[in-house]
Each structure stands twice: as C-alpha cells, then as structure tokens.
Design a protein around this ligand. Sequence first.
Ligand code: ADP
Ligand code: GLC
Length: 471
Amino acid sequence: MEIIHVSAECYPVAKAGGLGDVVGALPRYQNQLGHIAKVVMPMYRTKYLYNHQWEVVHKGGANLGYWWFEYTVIKEATNAQGFDLYLIDIAGLLDREKIYGYDDDTERFTAFQIAVVDWIAKWSHKPSVIHVHDYHTGLIPFMLKNCVGFRNLADVPTVLTVHNAQYQGWMGWDKSHYIPEWDAWKWGLLEWNNTINPLASAIKNAWKVTTVSWSYLDELKYMSNGLEALFEYEKGKCSGILNGIDTEVWNPETDKYIDDHYKALDVKRGKAASKEKLCETFELDPEKPLFIFIGRLVGEKAADILPQVIGDSFYHIGRKMNFLILGSGEPYVESQLEILKAYSAGDYNVYIGYNEALSHQMYAGADFLLMPSRVEPCGLNQMYAMRYGTVPVVRKTGGLKDTVIDYGEPDGYGITHLYASVGDVTQAVYRAIELYEDKKRLKEVRKQMMKLDFSWDNSAQQYINLYSTLQ
Ligand code: ADP
Ligand code: GLC
C-alpha cells in the first residue's frame, strides 16, 4: 500500500511534542513492513531544512479564498529518515521558524491542506490511503469528498488519528470561502456548535478514526472539549491504537545525546554517571532521588500544580529529593517555576525552553518522571522514561493508564495516582522515595521496565490492518 501521512509536525524536521515523534517514526516502521509510507508537511524554516538536500518535485498554485498563492513541493533527496519526506512551501505563510502560535495559523494550515490535495489530485495514480493527524490536517477528508475540483480523489480512503482533541482549529463561517469550491449544502460536514470545526469535520468525514490509546478513546465520549456527543455518535468507526516509541532514537545503549551509555544489566552505573553530570549542571545533589518533569507547561499536563507539589513535598517529606523541570508554555506557570528557584536552590531547578538534548540526558539521569496530566491521550515521556530505567509517576488517565502498572500490583513497575491534585502527587512522591530507599525493589523495577516492549512493530501493523479494511 502507498500511505500518505499529512502532518504539521515530523521529528527531526519540526517537533513541538509527541505528534512529531509519532509521525517521524510510524512511516519508517510501515515501510519496514513492506509498504510505501510517505510524509507531507509544511516547509518551515527549521535547521533540518538547511542541513539536508532537496529536489523540487512539483510547483503549483491554488486559491485561499480570493487570494491566489503559489506553492512548491520539495522532496528530501537522500531518504535520510527511512521514508519519502515532502515539504510544501507557501511564501508568506509557511516560511517561518515556528510551527504554531501565529495569528494567521488558520490561513497557514488551510492553505497547506489545499496545496496537499491540489498536488495529489494531479498525480497520475491515487494513493491507497491518506492518513491525517490532528486538526491541522482535518479539513482534508472533507475536501477530498466534497470539493468540486478534487472529485477524482473522492474514493481515496482517509484515516484520522486524534492525538489531541483539546485543540480543534475552530474557524468562523466568514472563512468558509477559504475552502475550494464545495457543495454548499454539505455545510453540516464542516460544522460543530455553529462554527467550522476542522477536527469535528475530520471525525465526520474520515473513513476511519483512531486515537492513540484505548483509554483515551473511552474518555473522549465524556471529556473532549465539546465533541463528546460526536465521539459517541461516530464510535462505530473509531478505534484505539497505542503509540509506539522509536527504539532507535530512544535507546540508552546508543543515544547520541548522552555520554554514558548503558543497558539493563548496568543501569545503576549508567544512570549514576548521567545523574552526576545533570546534577552538576543544575546544582543539585546526586545523592538524593531526582524527580523530573518534561513537557508543555499547560493545564492539560497539570504543570500549574507543580510549584505547589514541590513546595509541599519539601514541607511534608523534607528536603530528601531533588526536582528538575524542563518545559515551556503558559507564562504564569513559567514565572511561578522561576520564582521557586529562590526558595529551593540546591534541591530544585528549572530550564524554561525547548531542548531535545537535555530531555534525553534527563530521561537517562533521573530516578523518577512526574506526569500528573489532567488529559493524556497517549504520552510518550513515560515510555521513554521506562526505556531508560526511570520510574514513571503518573496519573491514571488515557495512555498513562494503559502503559503504567503500579508497582504495588502484580507485575507492576511504576507509580500511579488517581487525581491531578497536589495531595495525590505529593503522596506519590512519598511512595517514590520509599521505593528509592528499597534498593532491591528499585533494581527489580528498573530491570522490569527496561524489558518492556513499546516498539512500533505491533502498532504499525495495526494501522496497516485498518487501512486494509478500506481497500
Ligand atoms: P505532548 O505531545 O502532549 O506534548 P507526549 O508525551 O506525547 O506529549 O510527547 C512529548 C514529547 O515532547 C516528548 O518527546 C518530550 O520529550 C518532548 N518535549 C516536551 N517538552 C519538551 C522540552 N521543553 N524540551 C525537549 N523536549 C520536550
Ligand atoms: C498528543 C498527546 C500525547 C500523545 C501525542 C502523540 O500531543 O497530548 O499524549 O502522546 O499526541 O500521539
């Protein structure tokens, strides 16, 4: 099969979170299964662009409403990622450094999607399936079925993967003319709650919908930022396929970002060496258990409760542990975390920003990873942590619930708690310290986690099976 993934992110070209990791890995695993998986994404001005060789494969033009734009499709010339990678350039819209966060994101991603479909419509053959990811590519299933100019693609199967239903890409009806000429009576297929909702539209129009864990699929029916009734109504075509992790990129034996490589057998030595360096950089005490948090500092991740969790842990448990945080997001949370340094120097530090190398060094050097998420569709951090022998301390929700079993349960290895509350997380920190002090149990838990198989092999095949039902 020829599978076209369309996405706003793809590691290492451009990544803001887990979506990038997934789209950067899944196609390679699908190719290994004997298929032809390709990725199409916007041509942002990131480092990757300048460090690789490209060839122009197509030039075209289309309308975004009344505005005519030209687009160029380039292809990475050396197959560096293990799949065909295409970037679409649109001057004035996509030629920027960042992925998201601009006032004209609606225009940027709508034009990108139009260019993708316009280009594919000109191929001499049709792909077996177009797989779109999240709302940034959510108008594509509608356009394929309902735009007059793309009728030749109406029978191309589409699959939507919902990585995060919090963000839906709402746009007012005043922008409906952006979408190339479409059958006006089909407006209901674009709409949810009186506005154009690209994610809702994709759920309605895609042939199949997947979410990135089984528990998240259940949760969406009662907690999906307004789309609950839609997920309930469309449940017949929805299924959960758990994300895998790229075991080549995330491997403590070979990781290019860490100096002291290790495997399960010498995890104690390897982690101690990485921890030593990390603690030196951030002025922490390597003798104490090190808790880390890595991620977007937003409500979904419950990052706002971290300052109080840290304060309360010191107060109730004592200064028996260190905390190190890496992330960026809401300015209020960032400033609270910065302020905390003044009170907790020596036991706490924070790096505000995005730093891929540091994230790897932290997974390697930490003892525990905190993930108190309010919503976590899948979560990759906990899987990376476990591969590096770092015990995840997670809230029982979404993909966290599906991947982490509390070490108090049979065959368990992580630490779980029920609520994203300061009390629950602090209690979990207390349990983590108990585990840290029980050296024998800690050793067993680390070994057990490092044996778990979170590779893509299984999930990549599940996607293939799903596409096969559509052929
Ligand atoms: P989400 O996609 O919701 O942000 P995931 O757990 O699926 O959450 O994936 C997050 C990914 O982004 C992981 O690869 C994590 O290491 C990475 N990440 C998040 N924040 C940062 C940061 N500030 N610096 C480096 N990597 C980060
Ligand atoms: C989203 C989710 C995260 C998931 C990732 C990749 O960003 O928030 O839980 O792991 O997508 O699917």
